[in-house]
Design a protein around this ligand. Structure first.
Ligand code: PLP
Length: 444
């Protein structure tokens, strides 16, 4: 009898036994092609010798030295490697153990920054609907996924939300992408003016929305306009790259492709690549200096932050992500994956949209391609696809649509960066099989 408290108490899961490159193998020996990196985590696959070696080497030196007592070489090295790749202006790295911790740290840093500047009234934060920023209460307040929020209201920090930049559902007929991007970004200015610019502290966004919408990139120009608006009102721009960062889109920092400079950016998932729980919140020199020259103490922390094994793993991951040709490979394989998805599903009656960047791709499912009406949520099609894909030996990351019908069910793919053409063929073949079986089960 198990004493584990699983997240979903209604399903029985296979037991993971071994990792082998792009595959996970269960205790019965069945192989699963990991086409989603769990949740866009395992960017280097499951048996990366260099990361394993780096952890072992560090383990032989020491494992835990509390950051209240010691600094460490692995943490310094990782911070240097991250800053070297980060957008201009980003200068300091706060190492934590995952994405929610990184985003929670960002929320608290924003508050403390304005308090230290004597601008106590700037406590309001704005984020976007259909976004996900983590499960701790501060991060959940930023998140715009209604079903995740509802049960926990009233949230600690009430934030307001604007519509995301989401071409498939929000771009109007006759509008160019550029016009739409401007219109979508200007919603932020409307919201700032509604709240009162002097009260607004920060705006939060994922450059490419992951779990809640399925690999939805902002159109070109959107984030630049967002930056302009933030600058105009002295508001901090916080980008959440927990899912889309660390090379997932073919750029170490996704926002570098958008040529936008955040004040704070959060990463996790791919930085530890699944070998260690690791996340980081990076911030500008200006923010850091405000704290350093003010109270000198960031009022936030976790026992395991800056853990030496996690930092050593992250450092070895960064070395490999920045190897010559690595990001080119991600972009090239991403294009191939996209082409293969279009070939297989481009005419599918229930696939409304195929989108994404790099090796971060998704299909959005609809009941009617013309009206874009989402599938009946009671079908729980996403859950069926996941189950049938696992039966076929494929891990993908399907999610249900939003309850307000503003996003359909979608299937997110985020395979390891080491995939080749044969893996792409296997992903498409098995996904097609899983989708056929799922649609048959719901009778459409
Ligand atoms: N932010 C984004 C964009 C995410 O996708 C996630 C997780 O899916 C998080 C934050 C939270 O990260 P974690 O699950 O590591 O706490």
């Amino acid at each position: 009898m198990s004493h584990i408290f699983p997240r979903n108490t209604r399903v029985t899961l296979p037991t993971a036994a071994k990792g082998d490159g792009c595959y996970l193998i269960d205790s019965t020996g069945k192989r699963y092609l990991d086409a989603c990196g769990g949740a866009a985590v395992s960017c280097l696959g499951h048996s990366n010798e260099k990361v394993i070696e780096a952890i072992k080497t560090q383990l032989d030196k020491f494992s835990f030295a509390h950051t209240g007592f010691f600094g460490s070489e692995p943490a310094e090295e990782l911070a240097n490697k991250l800053v070297a790749q980060a957008p201009t202006g980003i200068d300091r790295v706060y190492l934590v153990s995952g994405g929610s911790e990184a985003m929670e740290s960002a929320v608290k840093l924003v508050r403390q920054y304005f308090v230290e500047k004597g601008e106590h009234q700037r406590s309001h934060m704005i984020a976007r609907w259909q976004s996900y920023h983590g499960n701790t209460l501060g991060a959940l307040s930023a998140g715009g996924n209604k079903w995740r929020r509802e049960m926990f209201g009233p949230l600690l920090i009430e934030m307001s939300h604007i519509d995301p930049c989401y071409t498939y559902r929000y771009m109007q007929e006759g509008e160019t992408e550029e016009e739409y991007g401007l219109r979508a970004a200007n919603l932020l200015e409307d919201e700032i003016l509604r709240v009162g610019p002097e009260k607004v502290a920060a705006f939060f966004a994922e450059p490419v929305v992951g779990a809640t919408m399925g690999a939805v990139p902002a159109v070109k120009g959107y984030l630049k306009r967002i930056r302009e608006i933030c600058d105009k009102y002295g508001i901090l721009l916080v980008l959440d790259e927990v899912m889309c960062g660390m090379g997932r889109t073919g750029h170490i920092f996704a926002c570098n492709e958008d040529e936008v400079r955040p004040d704070i950016v959060a990463v996790a998932k791919g930085i530890g690549a699944g070998y260690q729980p690791l996340g980081a919140m990076l911030c500008s020199k200006e923010i850091y200096d405000t704290i350093a020259e003010g109270s000198g103490f960031f009022q936030h922390g976790h026992t395991y932050m800056g853990h030496s094994l996690a930092a050593a793993a992250g450092s070895a991951v960064m070395d490999q992500l920045t190897e010559p040709g690595r990001m080119e490979h991600v972009r090239a394989m991403g294009e191939k994956l996209s082409a293969a998805l279009h070939d297989e599903f481009g005419q599918h009656p229930y696939v409304g949209d195929i989108r994404g960047r790099g090796l971060f791709r998704a299909l959005e499912l609809v009941s009617d391609r013309g009206t874009k009406a989402p599938l009946d949520p009671s079908f729980k099609l996403h859950a069926k696809v996941k189950q049938n894909a696992m039966k076929a030996g494929l891990m993908c990351y399907p999610m249900g649509g939003t309850v307000d019908g503003k996003t359909g069910d979608h299937i997110l793919l985020g395979p390891p960066f080491i995939i080749d053409d044969s893996h792409i063929a296997e992903i498409v073949e098995k996904l097609s099989l899983a989708m056929k079986e799922s649609f048959t089960q719901v009778g459409v």
